[in-house]
Design a protein around this ligand. Sequence first.
Ligand SMILES: [Zn+2]
Length: 322
Amino acid sequence: MILWEAHACLPLHPQADFAPIAQFHAAGVSYVSINIGMDMNPLSQVMATIAGFRATIASQPERYVLASTVQDIRDAAAAGKLAIGFDLEGAMPLLEEPAMVALYRSLGVRQMHLAYNRNNSVAGGCHDDEQGLTPLGHRIVAAINAAGVLMDCSHTGRKCSLDIMAASSAPVIFSHSNPLGLVEHGRNVTDEQIRGIAATGGVVCVSGVSKFLGTRTPGADDVARHAAYVANLVGVQHAGIGLDISFPQPGLNDDPPGDYDPSYWWPASAGYDRSAIARSTYPPISAWQELGAALQRTGMTADEAALVLGGNMMRVAQRVWG
Ligand SMILES: [Zn+2]
């Protein structure tokens, strides 16, 4: 059985410690998508991060594989290794150049969304004024389809996400987004958005982030409840998991240089109080070992749970990555 973790965050620093990634491996995860940049990160930081992560992966060939294809993931699992892909959170590191998509793909990026919470010249963010997909955005969606990269809509505004689903010639996913029908938060997605993803043949991967799950101490049962909501709404073949666990590492500052303002990207008005009491918490990585049973407690069969844990994303990646 393949376990697919659709989104995890290390410090965006070339020296980031891969110890948390080793924990995913130990928990039985087969594939993990690691973030290599967001809209607030300059290209210099994104490129240095990709270079550092690639070097770390290459230095441990007995443990890690940078996956190009779904077959690479199957082969890695059969060999007891963890397959890794990179994901980009926002189109700004594309420098308004659609040809950058294929370059990122060649460096290991397998999944992209186009706006990180705020609007940009390509797409609308979920914590900003409503903005659809721009003419440049249409060209970039076409480039993502042509390059064989997973089209993601997490962090994207509602209208824009529907525009992307209509424009994309390939299945579209949410790599880490939760149902608004369960928890009222601007980062969560409406039933209309979930139905839109299903209509493309895609997958909604639910996160493990406390404020999006509506609990202070998230665990496998909370994540399973959100996945079951998606499954009940549009079918079990459209639900997946992207816990979005973030791993700050003391002594490794990955803040973007310059006049970076966190309150712009995570506005207090959208529920991102920076005080400790409101800070996000996540399930432990070991929750991956409990998710199968938790999904079955929602009423799924073992085969249905296996689809949610990884089978569905394998189907979509097979189609998109080629
Ligand atoms: Zn994110």
